[in-house]
Design a protein around this ligand. Structure first.
Ligand code: SF4
Length: 300
């Protein structure tokens, strides 16, 4: 039997009150912009790496207007090693859109949030809950895993989120706005700290008494052989990361020959440089004379 919403929520909320991490984007003086920045940074990067980057970022560009006016090269340098730097470009586009369409104020409705560059359904729901204290269905990988286990007795959620899963999650969200926002934060935190993907700490878990997966004897993941594991070494992502690192740290435009030194496979390197140029993450300057090579830099 899956737990009722109340039976699942109450222990998780009580546990959250005692164990929630003291994160800066949860502080009482947080701003909607600070929450939005944190959600974009956290999309593919762990909290431990995001926290110092977020603090430095918010000191430098505390409002959408500040980020909108910043040189893009500075934005990409400040993004540093958070990975997937297209997110930095999208965040700056988002800041410019907030300034142009909303007078520099982060909008507080789902349609307006979803219309911002780089804001998808998860980020919009998270900003509604964590910045504005509104009821929304916040379904990140942590919440999906907690619900898959406690409610559906599955080791891990399906790789692709379905409408049925969103409906199921919505059934566990309290009706009250403030309670719903607390539930969103608490269920995410349980997934991040206790009900982790690889080593869930069931013995110390506040819902071990109602968890369907635990009651079923923690059956193995049915899709184990079919899940894609993300390789990094040797991928275009690694090559793009090396090129970005070289240009982030360079104090002057980098000649093509120096770029050649970052990766031995010239064909793969050339493909990655072309994709970075197409994404607007790097810029190429034409040679001054036929004898000079082109140079590369971060965009202005
Ligand atoms: S009992 Fe184990 S599997 Fe169930 S929610 Fe807690 S940590 Fe996760």
């Amino acid at each position: 039997m899956p737990p009722s919403p109340v039976d699942l929520r109450e222990p998780v909320l009580a546990w959250f009150d005692a164990h929630a991490r003291d994160l800066p984007w949860r502080a009482p003086d947080r701003t909607p912009w600070g929450v939005l920045v944190s959600e974009v940074m956290l999309q593919q990067t762990p909290v431990a790496r995001v926290e110092p980057a977020w603090r430095a970022w918010m000191l430098r560009w505390p409002t959408p207007a500040d980020l909108a006016e910043a040189p893009t090269g500075d934005v990409l340098r400040a993004w540093d090693r958070l990975g997937y730097p297209r997110r930095a470009l999208r965040l700056q586009e988002c800041a410019r859109t907030v300034v142009d369409r909303h007078g520099g104020v982060v909008p507080s409705t789902e349609p307006d949030l979803l219309a911002l560059p780089g804001v998808g359904s998860y980020t919009a729901a998270a900003v509604l809950a964590f910045a504005f204290g509104r009821r929304s269905v916040v379904l990140d990988t942590n919440v999906r895993r907690v619900l898959a286990r406690t409610v559906q007795a599955q080791a891990l959620p399906h790789p692709t989120q379905t409408a049925a899963e969103v409906r199921l999650a919505a059934g566990y969200v309290p009706d009250d706005d403030a309670e719903a926002a607390r539930w969103a934060a608490a269920s995410m935190e349980l997934g991040a700290l206790v009900c982790t993907a690889r080593a869930p700490r069931c013995r110390g878990c506040p819902v071990v008494g109602v968890c369907a997966w635990y009651a079923a004897g923690r059956p193995a993941d049915e899709l184990a052989g079919r899940r894609r594991t993300q390789r990094f070494v040797g991928t275009d992502r690694q090559v793009r990361g090396r090129v970005m690192a070289l240009l982030r740290e360079a104090i002057a435009p980098v000649p093509a020959a120096a770029l050649d030194a970052v990766w031995p496979d010239t064909h793969q390197l050339s493909r990655c440089v072309d994709s970075l140029l197409a994404d607007g993450l790097i810029a190429r300057d034409a040679p001054v004379s036929d004898d000079d090579p082109p140079t590369f830099r971060l965009p202005a």
